[in-house]
Design a protein around this ligand. Structure first.
Ligand SMILES: C[S@@+](CC[C@H](N)C(=O)[O-])C[C@H]1O[C@@H](n2cnc3c(N)ncnc32)[C@H](O)[C@@H]1O
Length: 250
């Protein structure tokens, strides 16, 4: 598929800032539903000031880190386990933000940062890999300044079904989808620690459509593993799945 056709498939007026980035650039480094759209939706409720220090935890290919640096003028520590920092440095340098975005290889439980260092932590499509542990929030918030903000966006369900998988999704289900929790689940998970005030926990509006739009475009472009997920989203028809967004302050 040519780049113009791909850009047309990924036109989405809900995310005007993301629209300034080439669809081809986003799709070729994709690891899940568009991280730029999710970052833009998070920052609507988690305003950032130029010069602030941001940890992008589980940044993958650092697309969201580049976006945050360019759009909001922040300095970002682009931290990931599976993607090597030299690969991310290439992308960061090509984007012209190597003075603002620092690629770091780290496991989420062994972060090489000083306490009280960050103004904000954001995590897109990643927090469920490590953050469902009751004690993880206490570890992570030590890296935030007092009054710092934490914002996550990740696959989730509208509520917590009594049995998994939901019958209409049984043929698509993978065992690790059990970590796709609801906004209410995350709110309680964080509030019970007494460490943060949850300012927002919702199902990202239109996120089911956005996720399907993304996977369909990736599939049409290159026939990706996104195809099966797109079939699942279509079978769900917005009943259960979407992206969960949670924002809190220490
Ligand atoms: C589905 S990818 C999402 C990447 C990117 N944020 C995006 O939205 O395109 C999940 C990311 O979580 C990261 N991750 C998973 N477990 C991790 C851990 N224990 N510590 C640090 N990163 C982790 C992986 O390295 C991977 O890049």
């Amino acid at each position: 598929m040519d780049d113009a056709e791909l850009a047309q498939l990924l036109k989405n007026d809900r995310y005007p800032r993301s629209a300034g980035y080439p669809a081809r650039w986003m799709v070729d480094a994709s690891m899940g539903p568009n991280p730029l759209w999710q970052a833009e939706a998070l920052i609507e409720h988690l305003p950032l000031q130029p010069g602030q220090r941001v940890l992008d935890l589980g940044c993958g290919t650092a697309l969201s880190s580049i976006f945050l640096a360019k759009e909001y003028g922040v300095e970002v520590w682009a931290t990931d386990l599976w993607i090597q920092p030299d690969e991310n440095l290439r992308r960061i340098t090509e984007a012209g933000v190597d003075d603002q975005v620092h690629p770091i290889h780290a496991e989420a439980h062994a972060l090489p940062y000083a306490e009280n260092f960050f103004d904000a932590v954001i995590s897109i499509g990643a927090y469920h890999y490590f953050g469902t542990d009751d004690l993880y929030l206490g570890y992570l918030t030590r890296f935030l300044k007092p009054g710092g903000r934490l914002g996550i966006s990740l696959p989730g369900s509208i509520d917590e079904p009594e049995t998994l998988p939901p019958p209409h999704l049984a043929s698509y289900w993978k065992w690790d989808f059990c970590a796709w929790h609801s906004p209410a689940w995350w709110r309680h998970h964080w509030e019970k620690t007494g460490l943060v005030t949850v300012e927002l926990a919702d199902r990202l509006p239109h996120s089911w459509h956005d996720w399907l739009q993304w996977n369909d475009a990736c599939d049409l472009d290159a026939g990706t593993p996104g195809r099966e997920e797109a079939q699942m989203l279509r079978a769900d028809n917005g009943r259960t799945l979407g992206l969960t967004r949670v924002i809190a302050r220490t």
